[in-house]
Design a protein around this ligand. Structure first.
Ligand code: GLP
Length: 242
């Protein structure tokens, strides 16, 4: 695991964006694994800024997202489809038919998970996976206790995750109870992983991740110790305990 320390959230966003942009320039048809949550918002802003100022092209990029809520329509304001459209896709030249997210509204969720796995495989796998981290160490929506050998699957969200994400909704009761997520196995299949962590609320999780190499199902991010190409960009606050 390589750690890059950023001064603050702005610096983290810039560093992460520069990393992604360099990879896109290196391989124009890169498969990017994208994440949601507030952490990557700044990174996406910097990517957009670069697109406007320097015209880095995303014409041949393919993107696959980590997760989506179950039961929200694609155009629901809190769906990850909407998040990605608003925060990134609508600002870039990345063609619509090259951007993929799991469909949390599919009639048969099990079929949808298998379709998503086949899709990722047909793209040749993820080259660079962007990740945030939950306060309880979840990655994607892989909550503590999930086995590490699953690819895309349906999960029941923990109360703490629903509470943490309630800020995007009117109340916790509106936060869906389930989600579709790439599994730990899908995440570990990526050729490279870039995990971003910002703020004091992530300090304990980052400390636990960095303090020991122990792989523990109760702490999903610890699965990343199995991967040989992980970079963590964390700001001072997120590194304040570690
Ligand atoms: C959600 C997302 C995760 C994200 C996590 C942390 O649960 N499914 O992919 O990493 O929240 O979010 P934030 O960056 O807002 O702290």
């Amino acid at each position: 695991m390589k750690i890059i320390e950023a001064q603050d959230y702005g610096d983290l966003s810039l560093k992460a964006a520069q990393y992604v942009i360099a990879k896109v320039k290196e391989k124009s048809n890169i498969v990017l694994g994208l994440a949601t949550g507030s952490t990557p918002e700044g990174t996406y802003k910097e990517i957009i800024r670069d697109f406007n100022d320097h015209h880095t092209s995303y014409r041949y990029v393919r993107s696959v997202n980590l997760d989506e809520y179950v039961g929200l329509s694609k155009d629901h304001p809190n769906s990850y489809h909407t998040y990605m459209f608003e925060n990134l896709f609508r600002h870039l030249d990345l063609p619509e038919d090259q951007r993929f997210l799991p469909d949390g509204n599919a009639e048969d969720l099990e079929d949808e998970c298998r379709r998503y796995d086949r899709l990722i495989q047909s793209l040749g796998g993820v080259d660079l996976q962007l990740l945030g981290i939950g306060q309880n160490g979840h990655i994607g929506f892989n909550e503590p206790g999930t086995t590490f050998d699953q690819r895309t699957h349906t999960v029941a969200l923990t109360r703490s995750t629903r509470k943490a994400n309630a800020r995007f909704f009117n109340s916790i009761n509106e936060v869906p109870a389930h989600a579709l997520t790439m599994g730990i196995r899908s995440i570990l299949d990526s050729k490279e992983i870039l995990l971003l962590a910002s703020g004091k609320s992530k300090a304990e999780a980052i400390d636990r991740l960095l303090r020991n190499q122990k792989i523990d199902q109760d702490f999903p991010a610890s699965s990343l110790h199995k991967h040989s190409n992980v970079i963590i960009i964390a700001d001072r606050d997120a590194l304040s305990i570690a």
